[in-house]
Ligand binder design. Structure first.
Ligand code: GLN
Length: 207
């Protein structure tokens, strides 16, 4: 079984741990650099970007997380986690960390002016519809050529906006699958982890 680290300085890491447990993965709470040893995947939970950035610095995790990601460690970020992993962030504060794991531009609190929080059902990765919970969520405003959109919703004007994106070993969702009883997003992430584990010499391709 794969051991997955869940960043546990702030936010809803407990719910991610419960989902990964339900998928049969082993989990470890990441609070110190040593917690990153021996993991084959990493989850950035939802929460609050600025608070999470400050706590990452306080726990001296920024450099170790950067080098883990630079080494191609599979990573999944939901909501605030998506913001931290994005290449570019709009409507953010300057002191939030930017890990740049994907070539995407996200807008913080993008749905905020119309609706603060909402739930809907959307197809995920060309498959079944899943229940998606959005809480002061970001959306993906620009997607680089290497990034693949796995789910979309429509904005207030009816235009599609991306809310789940994968690029190589990095997966992000605007919504919180850990707050529903659906395991498909976590299962998708564990497939990415297993795919990488089975082919260490492989280019960082995607399942
Ligand atoms: N709005 C939060 C932020 O910008 C993210 C919300 C969430 O993770 N549910 O940090």
């Amino acid at each position: 079984t794969a051991r997955i680290g869940v960043l546990a300085v702030q936010g809803n890491f407990r719910e991610h741990i419960a989902h990964l447990d339900a998928c049969g993965a082993e989990t470890v709470r990441v609070r110190r650099p040593a917690d990153l040893e021996g993991i084959s995947g990493l989850v950035f939970p939802g929460g609050e970007t600025t608070a999470m950035s400050n706590l990452i610095r306080l726990h001296e995790l920024e450099a170790p997380l950067r080098s883990a990601l630079a080494g191609g460690l599979p990573v999944y970020g939901s909501c605030a986690g998506m913001i931290l992993l994005a290449g570019e962030v709009l409507d953010t504060r300057d002191d939030a960390i930017n890990f740049s794991a994907l070539d995407i531009t996200v807008r913080r609190n993008a749905f905020g002016r119309q609706v603060d929080s909402f739930e809907t059902e959307i197809p995920f990765d060309g498959g079944d519809r899943i229940r998606a919970v959005f809480i002061r969520a970001p959306w993906v405003e620009k997607v680089g050529p290497e990034a693949k959109v796995l789910a979309e919703v429509t904005d207030a004007s009816g235009a599609p906006v991306a809310v789940a994106v994968q690029q190589d070993n990095a997966l992000v969702t605007s919504f919180h699958p850990e707050l529903t009883d659906d395991l498909s997003v976590h299962e998708h992430f564990l497939q990415m982890v297993n795919f990488r584990a089975e082919g260490p010499g492989r280019p960082s391709a995607v399942p």
